[in-house]
Design a protein around this ligand. Structure first.
Ligand code: FES
Length: 178
């Protein structure tokens, strides 16, 4: 398959291009992921994006460029992949991330009331980050826990059967740094 990015074969003059990232931890970590797949495969893309997000906190244009260089594809390809998945952040996020599922099962269980409670408790609308940069709050599609609605992911850990009355304690936990 022809790559969208560099067409130089690995190990040739492409070394100059890779030099931008060679020697840094992210570049090396991405190469380790690439090595798990057949040469020329883009199967390491999701791993590479995750590694970059862990390193930078979000996938800035610079971070996407780093990933693209390491994978020998274009930044546009990396961005196209990243925009498809909720777990990649294309804008800065707070120290903590609160995600309320508003898909069908959760909606029927009253997810909107949970959303309203978080908005009121945090003082921000869904999709926003609190002024102190501590908490990003957003709504998401099905988190795969439909039998436990309403599901809220707090820093990627699921809380089940969350109701509006549970929200103040969750926010207090976050504020306390627990
Ligand atoms: S609908 Fe909320 S977890 Fe599936």
């Amino acid at each position: 398959m022809t790559g969208v990015g560099s067409t130089e074969p690995a190990g040739s003059g492409g070394a100059d291009m890779r030099g931008a990232g060679a020697g840094n931890g992210l570049y090396e970590a991405i190469q380790a992921e690439r090595a798990k797949y057949p040469e020329g495969s883009r199967s390491a893309t999701l791993h590479a994006l995750r590694l970059a997000q862990e390193e930078h906190g979000w996938l800035s244009p610079d971070a996407l460029r780093e990933v693209a260089d390491a994978l020998e594809v274009t930044p546009a390809y990396c961005k196209a992949v990243a925009t498809f998945y909720d777990m990649y952040h294309l804008a800065p996020v707070g120290t903590h991330l609160v995600e309320v599922c508003t898909n069908l099962s959760c909606a029927l269980a009253g997810a909107q009331r949970v959303v309203d409670a978080f908005a009121s408790e945090l003082g921000v609308a869904p999709g926003e980050t609190t002024g102190d940069g501590e908490v990003t709050f957003r709504t998401v599609e099905c988190l795969g826990g439909c039998g436990y609605a309403t599901v809220v992911a707090v820093d990627h850990r699921y809380r089940q059967f969350v109701g509006p009355d549970d929200v103040p304690a969750i926010v207090e936990e976050l504020r306390a740094g627990s």
